[in-house]
Write a protein that binds this ligand. Structure first.
Ligand code: PLP
Ligand code: COI
Length: 361
């Protein structure tokens, strides 16, 4: 199946306009879901089949479903924004589709064709367009495509059947403080991913592995965990759900893709946008000692986190068992804010899209 026909079975009782508007007035993140979802099945020997758009509803799962036991699961995250003319667009959905294939391959799952992934997202956004928040703010409709194994059985092997789904959730800022700098907990002993492992795949296990350190971070008043490489415990990799950028005056640096961190689409977009704005932008290695030292000697002027959910969020205080330090006096930096505005303006259609990233639905 390379061109998809998605059978439309719309809900006969979607939420009322008033109920939907009440949710859109204060959506939070990932707490409310739209009226519909897309499902596509995959069966060994048959491939992808039965693409449907149906009312959003619980799944019925056998207790011996393989995903529940061995975590063969992958997901994506992308946002649809309302444009000034009222139309709606997603940002680089083909890049998410390609990363979904990379994740699928690593987790021994079938690869969904890029055009089918994009068509599934488009169909859901088209159907639930009224759920896309108004232009002008930063709220969006967050799309969560994902795939689970559906074979029933306890043998450890790649499953022979899968279900791909797309659900959607109106989203305000990921961090309740908005662009206020977040505090980061530096995990010196717990690692997120290892060389040869699954760190580059967007699969639930990486997030499960991050939760204990995330709880420790919260106990220290921090919003996210910064992970170091698993071998030397020295090189900064990423946060639990975001990539990192280090700003040295007119130069920005992001940790290189070693295989144990996620190749963020926001990260990639910023390498290009920063160069458009006249900054030097590069991938490299940043050690934890360098992060602390260069903050203290004033050469590292700003640090920010980036990702679909977080957009660009400044980093304020970095805490660890051995002490703490603060970036840019705990204020959002100038470069951080400039890049943030440029990215959001493109994503929301407030500015031109020189790289052809915006996908109008
Ligand atoms: N790193 C991790 C672990 C993530 O979960 C995410 C979010 O998707 C990112 C980085 C940023 O990726 P993207 O910019 O594609 O959303
Ligand atoms: C995203 O940014 O889409 C993610 O998946 C990260 C997660 C922290 C919500």
């Amino acid at each position: 199946m390379t061109t998809t026909t998605i059978e439309l079975k719309p809900s006969s009782n979607p939420l009322s306009d008033a109920e939907r508007e009440a949710i859109l007035a204060s959506p939070g993140f990932g707490r409310h879901f739209t009226d519909h979802m897309v499902t596509i099945k995959w069966t060994e020997g048959r491939g992808w089949h039965d693409a449907q758009l149906t009312p959003y509803a619980p799944l019925s799962i056998d207790p011996a479903n393989m995903t529940l036991h061995y975590a063969q699961e992958i997901f994506e995250g992308l946002k649809a924004y309302r444009r000034p003319d009222g139309s709606v667009a997603t940002f680089r959905p083909e890049a998410n589709a390609k990363r979904f294939q990379i994740s699928a391959h690593r987790m021994a799952m079938p690869e969904l064709p890029v055009d089918v992934f994009v068509a599934a997202c488009d169909a859901l956004v088209q159907q639930d367009k009224a759920w896309v928040p108004a232009h002008g703010g930063e709220a969006s409709l967050y799309l969560r495509p994902f795939m689970i194994a559906t074979e029933v059985g306890l043998g450890v092997k790649p499953a022979n059947e899968y279900l791909f789904l797309v659900i959607a959730s109106p989203a305000g800022p990921y961090f309740p403080g908005g662009v206020k700098p977040v505090s980061i907990w530096l995990s010196e002993d717990r690692v997120r991913a290892v060389p040869g492992g699954i760190g580059f795949a967007k699969t639930g296990g990486n997030y499960a592995a991050s939760l204990l350190a995330q709880a420790e971070a919260a106990a220290h008043g921090c919003a996210q965990v910064a992970y170091l490489d698993a071998v030397e415990h020295r090189w900064v990799e990423e946060l639990g759900g975001m990539n990192l950028y280090f700003v040295y005056g007119d130069k920005i640096v992001t940790p290189e893709l070693t295989g144990s961190l996620l190749a963020g689409i926001t990260r990639d977009s910023l390498l290009k946008l920063a160069r458009d704005l006249g900054y030097e932008a590069e991938e490299g290695r940043v050690s934890i000692d360098q992060w602390k030292r260069d903050t203290e000697n004033g050469t590292l002027t700003e640090v920010f986190a980036c990702g679909t959910a977080a957009v660009i969020t400044p980093v304020g205080t970095v805490k660890s068992a051995g002490g703490e330090w603060t970036q840019a006096n705990g204020e959002p930096g100038k470069v951080t804010l400039e890049l943030r505005k440029r990215l959001l303006d493109i994503q929301t259609g407030a500015a031109d899209d020189p790289h052809g990233w915006v996908h109008v639905i």
